[in-house]
Design a protein around this ligand. Structure first.
Ligand code: PSU
Ligand code: MN
Length: 310
């Protein structure tokens, strides 16, 4: 008996499905940033802004989530709003995806789950804010984001502003290297630290030209290497969080998490909310600007990959 295809679980919106089958550029967007990364109503505004930015740069946006037990590729505006308002959406990665689906509750997808669903749908470019990584204190907690495992296995290019310094950035970059996940810096030699352009960590290669970046991405996959690729796109300089706000907010968030004794999947959302409070909302502004910047670059990459750079 043949196994049913995992694609049986997918519902792809008509515009997206037609773009995929015609090989037109499509960019996937995650939804945990909507449900757990940003507060209402900024979350719904950002979700709309990202879709518009992708269109303005020549690609079709596909926001991913779990609704009514289905893997949804492309949400209507009303569905995005409902998800943004919902307070019972579950944050789903590769491990709790199936249980989340059968629970019937709405689910938002992390970077890892979004990569998986995008790949099933035939989408190879995805824009997010920051990837998850190795947490500080990993020796005690073993807290390493499932995003890194997904990146090691799923051939999707993830455009991000690096990762937040609430994580252990040197260990995160080191582990990406262990996993053989390329880090490609867009016009930078350094792996960016989300709110700041620099982290002191190097990327594997720097690209200043879009066709050259697309060529490296397609060559990685044409070698038969089936991992994801981190395209590291630093926040525009004028939107960086001021150094003192940044340092204080990170310290406050980390000490808050230690006091509150949060663990597991709750850690990252807790830290994000603590950062927002500690920076008096300035973190949300920077977060929005870098997400917009990543959506634009991802759309340009999807266009370049379609131009025969594959
Ligand atoms: N980092 C951010 N903003 C986010 C996330 C991470 O700066 O919204 C979300 C992403 O969806 C990411 C997830 O995939 O958190 C990682 O969670 P964890 O650390 O529990 O793996
Ligand atoms: Mn974790």
């Amino acid at each position: 008996m043949s196994k049913p295809s995992p694609r049986f679980h997918l519902d792809i919106g008509p515009e997206i499905s037609s773009a995929i089958s015609r090989n037109l550029p499509v960019v996937a967007l995650e939804s945990t940033v909507i449900t757990h990364g940003l507060p209402w109503p900024e979350n719904v505004e950002v979700a709309r802004l990202l879709e518009k930015t992708i269109r303005d740069n020549g690609a079709v946006p596909a926001t991913l989530a779990i609704l009514d037990g289905r893997l949804r590729v492309g949400l209507s505006d009303g569905e995005i709003e409902t998800l943004a308002k919902s307070d019972d959406a579950q944050k789903l990665n590769l491990g709790n995806l199936a249980a989340g689906m059968v629970s019937g509750r709405p689910g938002s997808t992390t970077v890892g789950a979004t990569m998986y669903i995008a790949h099933l749908a035939g989408i190879s470019v995805f824009a997010t804010g920051g990837i998850g990584g190795v947490h500080r204190g990993v020796a005690d907690t073993m807290d390493i984001s499932n995003d890194l495992v997904a990146l090691s296995r799923i051939p999707v290019a993830v455009v991000s502003a690096g990762a937040k310094a609430i994580l252990d950035l040197p260990k995160t970059v080191e582990f990406l290297e262990t996993l053989g996940v390329p880090t490609y810096g867009w016009q930078t030699d350094e792996f960016p630290a989300f709110y700041r352009r620099k982290s002191g960590q190097r990327v594997d290669a720097r690209f200043d030209d879009m066709d050259a970046l697309a060529k490296a991405v397609s060559t990685h996959w044409s070698l038969g290497l089936e991992s994801g690729i981190v395209v590291a796109n630093p926040i525009p300089e004028q939107h960086e969080l001021a150094e003192h706000v940044y340092t204080n907010a990170i310290a406050a968030a980390l000490s808050g998490a230690e006091e509150a004794d949060v663990t597991g999947r709750a850690v990252t959302p807790f830290l994000l909310d603590a950062l927002r409070k500690a920076s008096e909302g300035q973190s949300v502004f920077s977060n929005t600007r870098l997400l917009e910047n990543n959506a634009a670059l991802a759309a340009r990459l999807a266009v370049a990959l379609g131009k025969g750079n594959r």
